[in-house]
Design a protein. Structure first.
Lengths: 251, 92
């Protein structure tokens, strides 16, 4: 019997997913609709974890699958791109893009869903920046954490009104997100000196040491984005002016 | 009695800038980027091929001026910090 598979492009890496339960293929194709790469030769293979048929188990399996695809893609691009644990949005005409760096569970997906409509969706998890400042889009399913458990629902970007970038995205600005203000407090933006910025951002990168001259490369990317800023906020909507400012920049 | 020698430990990468340097060091938990002060960076430069503690102290006083209190004690404390960060070692 032929194994059911779905092939996606993640960070421009062809990832073939072996799906043990063929009944989940439509759900996978829906969640990954902006990354589908049917007919293309895969670069790497991953296997979807099994589930016991209950809705929570299926959701966990889809969540693990997303993590597996992301890790496989990051592994394949290690040593080529600087990869941040970041969400990203771009201007749909100019390609000017913002990368918002934050550890897992601190608001990247919320910011993406709140501010992404009308902009190019790049990722809610990993932003890969090439040496020339161009960004490799990774419009993966949004990993939306449930309020009552640690489970994340893998949600089709299109279901919340997000679409891919139409033009080649390039890094216009990079910020670190800190959702640490009380409700109603105004946004605070702090500039971070370069050396401190390197220390702050390095833990939020993948495979940094695999790059040639990794610290210089990281410094170059931060400088391409006009320097690092830390943005303290309470609600995602407050970040609209920050995103507008960066996406309004020209090369 | 032989004087302790301070030697810089090789790191994966380093970037020197205004106000010191950052270095990429390998640790048991992977790679870590560490910020070091201008004086810490000077220690690493002076200790590139090994330097006796007394000469290191003299060089640092020459570059940065005398510390409040005992300079030798201050330099030993700085070196101890750099040792714990995996950036230099002290050979007795």
């Amino acid at each position: 019997m032929t194994q059911a598979t779905v092939t996606v492009r993640a960070l421009d890496v062809g990832v073939r997913i072996a799906v043990g339960d063929p009944g989940l293929v439509p759900a996978i194709e829906e969640a990954w609709h902006l990354c589908l790469a049917g007919g293309q030769e895969p670069d790497v293979d991953v296997v979807m974890p099994p589930h016991d048929g209950t809705p929570d188990s299926v959701a966990r399996s889809l969540q693990s699958l997303t993590q597996s695809v992301t890790l496989a893609a990051i592994g394949a691009r290690a040593g080529r791109d600087l990869m941040f644990h970041a969400g990203g949005l771009s201007h749909r005409v100019t390609g000017a893009s913002i990368a918002y760096v934050a550890p897992g569970g601190t608001g990247k997906t919320t910011v993406t869903t709140t501010l992404g409509r009308g902009r190019g969706y790049l990722s809610d998890e990993t932003v890969a920046v090439g040496a020339d400042g161009t960004i490799v889009p990774y419009p993966k399913p949004l990993s939306v954490r449930r309020t009552d458990s640690g489970i994340k629902d893998e949600t089709a970007p299109g279901a919340v009104g997000l679409t891919s970038s139409c033009v080649q995205p390039w890094l216009a600005g990079i910020v670190v997100l800190r959702r640490d203000l009380p409700p109603g407090a105004p946004v605070e933006v702090d500039d971070v000196p370069l050396l401190d910025a390197l220390v702050m951002v390095a833990p939020e990168t993948s495979s940094l040491a695999r790059l040639t001259g990794p610290l210089r490369r990281l410094a170059d990317v931060i400088e391409m984005g006009g320097g690092l800023r830390v943005v303290h906020f309470a609600e995602a909507e407050q970040l609209e002016p920050v995103v507008d400012d960066v996406l309004g920049r020209s090369r | 009695m032989t004087e302790p020698m301070v030697r810089a430990v090789a790191v994966a990468d380093a970037l020197v800038g205004d106000g010191g340097a950052v270095v990429l060091v390998e640790s048991s938990s992977g790679h870590q980027v560490v910020r070091i002060s201008p004086m810490g960076q000077a220690v690493r430069e002076l200790a590139a091929v090994g330097v006796p503690m007394s000469r290191l102290t003299k060089e640092l006083v020459g570059r940065f001026g005398a510390a409040d209190g005992d300079a030798a004690t201050a330099v030993e404390a700085l070196v101890a910090e750099l040792v714990s960060a995996g950036l230099v070692r002290v050979d007795d």
